[in-house]
Design a protein around this ligand. Sequence first.
Ligand code: SF4
Length: 440
Amino acid sequence: MKRYHVTTFGCQMNVHDSERIKGLLESLGLGEAGSADDADFLVFNTCTIREKADDRLVAHLMDARAAKRRDPDKVIVVGGCWSESMKDELFDQFPFVDLAFGPGNIHRLGDYIQAGGEIPRGHFSTFDTFSGELPLKRDRDFQAWMQISTGCNCNCAYCIVPSVRGREHSRHPGGLIREAERLAGDGVRELTLLGQNVNSYGRDLRPAVDTSFAALLRGLDAVHGIDRIRFTSPHPKDMRADVIEAMAECEAVCEQLHLPVQSGSTRILKAMRRTYSRERYLALVERIREAIPDVALTTDIIVGFPGETDADFADTLSLVDEVGYDHAFTFVYSARRGTEAARMPDQVPDEVRGDRIERLVERIQHHATARNAALVGTVQEVLVEGPSRTDPSVLRGRTRGGKALNFTGTALAGALVDVTVTGSTSQTLSGRQAAPVAAA
Ligand code: SF4
């Protein structure tokens, strides 16, 4: 049996795509190797969101080249966003690569194997088929990723995604409901819906298919066995009233929302082409909290965007204080070749960016600590994932708010149990399994 090894870089969409790559390869009779050294097929599922990601990948490719020199039968395969971004020069720069494809062409790997390698080497277009329709090999027993759409119609000035994943394409809602039913049948209790811009789901299907993100949430909420639904990433501009209502009314949709803001300054949001102002974003947060009072809010923030002044950065800090996020992914702006922002004047000096990210992280930690401390003494429903990675004598799981919680108890992986929170840090909660409530 031929063996494969997949190395994954980047976001959850790539983690999902790698599960599909593994499923496809196993459906064609290959097995997973324990390491790259033992593999006949070395597959790299790549990311290109930042220049640094490229450098890391190239180091891996150099190792693959050395491995192929030692064993010329090894097959080197490159997929994902970096592969798409390099479509014009990849084989010139990396001639030892046997097959390369973009995120919308993963199925070509199957064609390559079935044709014994006798197909063209490069398959690039931003979208051909949904990876979500390929065979699946899940890494987690009770949780699953579900790709609902791919691509993005926005053009944020710093982002390379639209040029490598293309325009938005939504999967048909009927197919998604059937997939959720199959997953529930396999024991999955929690679904995470994936898309570059999930809440614009369905726009490209209308009017032929009367659907929307809110309608999809309601449809998946009705699937028996699916107890939790999460989604990432939404865009603030598409968080309409029907989505907020569906989040509030659908029992399975968790009280957790990742709402990337990127900056607290309306001037910088404009330069970023984010299409909303600080004021509109804060008003949206208010509406969401009115409808879902205990929602856990997380976000993405970039510091040091070209032209960002001390006053702009102060706006970002004050917005963080006003929202009081449960957590935030913070990024130092780095110019990405091929984006509008990389050509902008007034690039912010490294030391200024370094100082700002430190102050931002401190502020985020302050609020995250307070948000988690406020949960001490409460009872949280937890989906048990298994023993803690650091202490096998305790169990780990996640609350509906998406918070990691380590606790003492006897529950089995995959169970939904109540846990009394007894402790907290800025990152995690701790607790003990609550005694089951005696039936009346
Ligand atoms: S919405 Fe997200 S994926 Fe789309 S261009 Fe903006 S940052 Fe990139």
